[in-house]
Design a protein around this ligand. Structure first.
Ligand code: SAH
Length: 501
C-alpha cells in the first residue's frame, strides 16, 4: 500500500492568486481535501475529479466539525494511504491550530509536511498600504491574538506587556472585543493617539478599511458595525496608508461584475477584471456537453486522416474534436494530411493551442466567404470535408459545399444546453445582482434575457460590440456600455472608462 501523507497547506488570506505554487501542486495531487470557512472554495476546483472533499467548518458559531474530529479524520485518511491536503486560511502555523493538527499526525506516526501560506497578518496590512516596518517608524512587530477575553480570569493575553513592547502591533481575531482590548492597551501605557487600522476581508474585492486611533477605534468600529474577519494594525506606520493604499484605488475596486459566458470561456475575462480590483464572477448561461451520438462522433474522429479538410466553426468544436482525437490517438501525426480551416480568430487560436497551424482562416462565418477562401487554395469538387459542429447548428455551409461537389460529413461534436439554475454564479446574481453584467455574444444576451432575473435598477449592461448590442436592444434590454474594439481587452477598457477611470 502507498504510504499516506498529510500536507498542512496555507491557503493564503483570500485572493486565490496568493496561494503558493507548492500548495497548488499538493491540491492537484490530493486524494482528500479538508478545508475551512476562511480558505477560498475556488481552490477545490484544482483537486482531481475523484477527490474526497470535506468541509471542516470554523465560521464562528458554526463548528461543522470539532477539532478532535478534524484531527481524527486527518490521521485516519493518512493512515489509509491517502494524500491528504488540510487547507487552512493564511498560514497554517499562525493562530490556526495547525500546530495541534501537526501534533496529532506526529503522535499517530503519520507523515506530514507544512506548506506555509501568506498570512492575513502580513497580507492585510500590505493590501491596506501599511508597511509593517519602516525605518522611520519602528524596528519590531508583535503579532497577537484577540481571541481571549482580556478581562476573563486566567487569560494568558498580557495586554500590558504588549502595550510596553515597542513597534507595530498586529491583532488577529477579537474584532468583537476591541473595547476591552484597546482599554487594556491604554491601561498598559500605550498612547491614545496611536493610529489604528482595521482591515476586513483583506485581499478580496470586498476589502474594507477603517482607520482611527487607539482611543476611538472601538467606538468607530461599533458605529460602522465593522465585523470579522479583520486584522487590526496599531502603530505610526498606519499613517503611510494615505500615500501607499494601492489596492482600494484600483480602477474597478468595489465593483461586482457578472460575466455571462461558459465557465471555460469566462476565465480570462474574470482574471483581467479581478486584476483591476473588480469582484468578477462567472454566470454561465449555457453549458457545453459532449455530442449526444458519442459512438458515431468517435468513429468519425478516428477516421479524420481520411479527410482532405477539417473545417472548425467554433472553439468548442475544436476542443470537442481534439478531446476525442487524443483519447483515440497518442500522436498528432495521426491526423494525416487533413488540412485545417478555422472560422474566426477565436476558433483559429483554439486550433493553435493544440500546436497545429490553420491553413485557411476566413474572417466571417458566411458560407460564401468560407468557400471563397477554400477555393483560393484548391478546387472544392470531390474534396472530402469534415465539419465538426454544434448539435442543431445551421447547415448552410454543408449544403453549399455539397452543391459544389464536395463530400461533406457534418457531425455534431458537442451540444449546448441551458445553464443549471442552481449554478453558484447564477444563484449569486439572482440573490445579490451586480454592478455590471457583460455580454460577449448575442446568445449570452438571449439566454440571460430568458432567465427572467428580478429587475435591478442601475445595473450596467456592457456589450462587446454592435451585433450583440442589436440583439440586446431587440430583446428590450438597455445597452449602457459598448466596446469600441470588439474583443475582450476592448470590453475591459470600455468598462474601466465607464467607471470614470
Ligand atoms: N492562520 C490564519 C489566521 C487564522 S485566525 C492566517 O495566517 O491568516 C482567523 C483570523 O485571521 C480572523 O479572525 C482574522 O483576524 C484573520 N483573517 C483571516 N483572513 C482574513 C482576511 N482575509 N482579512 C482580514 N483578516 C483575516
Amino acid at each position: 500500500m502507498k504510504r499516506g501523507i498529510c500536507y498542512l497547506v496555507g491557503a493564503g488570506p483570500g485572493d486565490p492568486l496568493l496561494m503558493t505554487l507548492k500548495g497548488r501542486e499538493c491540491i492537484g495531487r490530493a486524494d482528500v481535501v479538508v478545508y475551512d470557512y476562511l480558505s477560498n472554495p475556488e481552490f477545490l476546483a484544482w483537486a482531481p475529479s475523484g477527490a474526497e472533499v470535506v468541509y471542516a467548518g470554523k465560521k464562528a458559531g458554526d463548528h461543522a466539525m470539532r477539532q478532535s474530529e478534524i484531527n481524527a479524520l486527518l490521521v485516519a485518511r493518512t493512515r489509509a494511504g491517502k494524500s491528504v491536503v488540510r487547507l487552512k486560511g493564511g498560514d497554517p502555523f499562525l493562530f490556526g491550530r495547525g500546530g495541534e493538527e501537526a501534533e496529532a499526525l506526529a503522535e499517530a506516526g503519520c507523515a506530514f509536511e507544512v506548506v506555509p501560506g501568506v498570512s492575513s497578518a502580513l497580507a492585510g496590512p500590505a493590501y491596506a498600504g501599511i508597511p509593517l516596518t519602516h525605518r522611520a517608524h519602528n524596528t519590531a512587530v508583535t503579532i497577537f491574538t484577540g481571541h481571549e477575553d482580556p478581562t476573563k480570569e486566567g487569560s494568558s493575553l498580557d495586554l500590558e506587556a504588549i502595550a510596553k513592547t515597542p513597534g507595530t502591533k498586529v491583532m488577529l481575531m477579537g474584532i468583537e472585543r476591541l473595547g476591552p482590548i484597546t482599554a487594556g492597551l491604554l491601561a498598559g501605557g500605550m498612547d491614545g493617539s496611536t493610529p489604528v487600522a482595521l482591515v476586513r476581508r483583506a485581499t478580496t474585492p470586498r476589502q474594507e478599511t477603517l482607520v482611527g486611533t487607539l482611543a476611538d477605534i472601538a467606538g468607530r468600529a461599533a458605529a460602522a458595525e465593522f465585523k470579522a474577519p479583520a486584522v487590526a494594525v496599531f502603530g505610526g506606520v498606519v499613517g503611510l496608508r494615505g500615500e501607499l493604499g494601492w489596492f482600494e484605488r484600483l480602477p474597478l475596486f468595489g465593483k461586482t461584475v457578472a460575466i455571462t459566458r461558459t465557465r471555460a470561456q469566462a476565465g480570462g475575462l474574470v482574471a483581467e477584471l479581478r486584476a483591476l480590483g473588480a469582484d468578477a464572477f462567472g454566470m454561465p448561461m449555457i453549458r457545453i456537453e459532449p455530442a449526444p451520438n458519442k459512438r458515431e462522433f468517435y468513429e468519425t474522429v478516428a477516421y479524420s486522416h481520411g479527410y482532405d479538410w477539417i473545417i472548425f466553426t467554433s472553439p468548442n468544436g475544436v476542443d470537442a474534436f481534439f478531446g476525442a482525437f487524443f483519447e483515440i490517438y497518442k500522436d498528432a501525426r495521426d491526423l494525416g494530411a487533413a488540412r485545417i480551416a478555422a472560422i474566426g480568430p477565436a476558433t483559429a487560436s483554439a486550433v493553435r493551442a493544440y500546436r497545429l497551424q490553420v491553413d485557411v482562416q476566413p474572417e466571417k462565418f458566411v458560407a460564401e466567404e468560407i468557400i471563397k477562401a477554400l477555393e483560393k487554395e484548391t478546387c472544392v469538387e470531390n474534396l472530402k470535408i469534415l465539419l465538426p459542429r454544434a448539435e442543431g447548428a445551421r447547415e448552410v455551409l454543408a449544403d453549399e459545399l455539397t452543391r459544389r461537389g464536395a463530400i461533406v460529413d457534418d457531425i455534431p461534436a458537442y451540444r449546448t444546453v441551458p445553464a443549471d439554475a442552481e449554478d453558484p454564479g447564477i444563484r449569486r446574481f439572482r440573490d445579490e445582482g451586480a454592478d455590471i453584467v457583460t455580454f460577449t455574444s448575442s446568445s449570452t444576451a438571449e439566454n440571460f434575457h430568458a432567465l427572467n432575473f428580478p429587475v435591478r435598477p442601475g445595473i450596467v449592461h456592457a456589450s462587446i460590440g454592435p451585433v450583440t448590442s442589436k440583439t440586446m436592444k431587440s430583446l428590450g434590454m438597455a445597452v449602457d456600455v459598448e466596446a469600441r474594439v470588439h474583443d475582450i481587452p476592448g470590453l475591459v477598457k470600455a468598462i474601466v472608462s465607464s467607471c470614470g477611470n
